[in-house]
Design a protein around this ligand. Sequence first.
Ligand code: HEC
Length: 178
Amino acid sequence: MIDKEGERGEMRKSNLCAVVCISLVAVWVVSCAKQKPPEAPPATTAKPVEAVQAPSQPEQVAAVGLAEQAPADAKAKVNPTKADAASLEDGKTLYTHYCAECHGVKGDRKGPVAAKFSLAPADLTNKKDMGTITDGTLFWVITEGPHKGGQMVMPGFGISTTDEEIWHIVDYIRTFSK
Ligand code: HEC
């Protein structure tokens, strides 16, 4: 009897040991998972273009296309900022942060991300196209992130920026086609 008790005791001990070991492994796994470095944050909060079906060749597009979707009152909206040095400076900082990865640092759509998408970003250096688009329309395009064929082709920045910041971006992107 005593021996059997002793045996059970041993078994209990080894069961306990197994439970402790499993728990330790579990804690280790969880802590490893936690230590995994966080994913690199995306440069912009929205990443809509990935959803666009990629054709074999990137579609070549004119600078102005989405602008046609802008409602009349948006087109007519007057830019309340003056394109002075301070506005352009702010616009440059914001543009570099939010737009350059697609449209390129100089607006020539040579951004590193542009090549990965099926639809080339608009060429902001195109004098002819940029000459036909109003400041109000630019404001609308940047705020809303318009769609093409039912899919968002450019993120809207209305959530992450103030109206004033968007006007600074408008002032700044005008310099690409001057
Ligand atoms: C994820 C890539 C991406 C980012 C980021 C992006 N764009 Fe675009 N943008 C595009 C694409 C794609 C188009 C569509 C080109 C077309 O319609 O042919 C476009 C179009 C435009 C147009 C032209 C609208 C028209 O009428 O065709 C303007 C102006 C513009 N973007 C400005 C900006 C500005 C300013 C920012 C930053 C605040 C920005 N974009 C950020 C990809 C991007």
